[in-house]
Design a protein around this ligand. Structure first.
Ligand code: ZN
Length: 141
């Protein structure tokens, strides 16, 4: 019942469209219709090409910016592995500092087997005793 009603509705719609087509064609001259179609095709061509060119330019600009960001990050990581004098830092990882007996995210693994936190390692670099009592500036905040 429903399908026959919808078929009847579609047939009515098609008949009404077919009835409207001749009057539409009479209203629009064939040359104007062709010009409109050419205008529409040209407009779509300009939109598609313009969009493509815009997309290309944006991609190039973002790609160059991304390359600069990657190069800066690579340089930052490279410099983080080097001491100010250009020598590499010892290998490091998480662990316990043997001098101050506390856990740190960054503990240097020295060649002689000791494991020292950054501040104890810096105190060794300055010639101080790494087992010295912790000063207030070494306290974790
Ligand atoms: Zn320490």
């Amino acid at each position: 019942m429903v399908s026959s009603m919808s078929a009847l509705l579609i047939c009515g719609l098609v008949a009404r469209t077919q009835a409207a087509m001749p009057s539409l064609l009479a209203w629009v001259s064939p040359s104007a219709l062709g010009a409109s179609i050419y205008l529409l095709i040209g407009f779509l061509f300009v939109v598609i090409v313009g969009g493509g060119v815009t997309l290309l330019i944006v991609s190039i600009v973002r790609g160059r910016r991304w390359e600069k960001t990657v190069a800066a990050e690579v340089e930052r990581v490279r410099l983080a592995k080097l001491r100010p004098d250009g020598e590499p830092w010892p290998p490091f990882g998480r662990g316990m500092c043997e001098a101050c007996a506390r856990a740190f995210d960054k503990v240097y693994y020295l060649a002689d087997g000791r494991r020292l936190c950054e501040k104890c390692y810096a105190s060794i670099e300055m010639g101080a005793d790494p087992g010295a009592p912790i000063t207030s500036e070494q306290e974790p905040s």
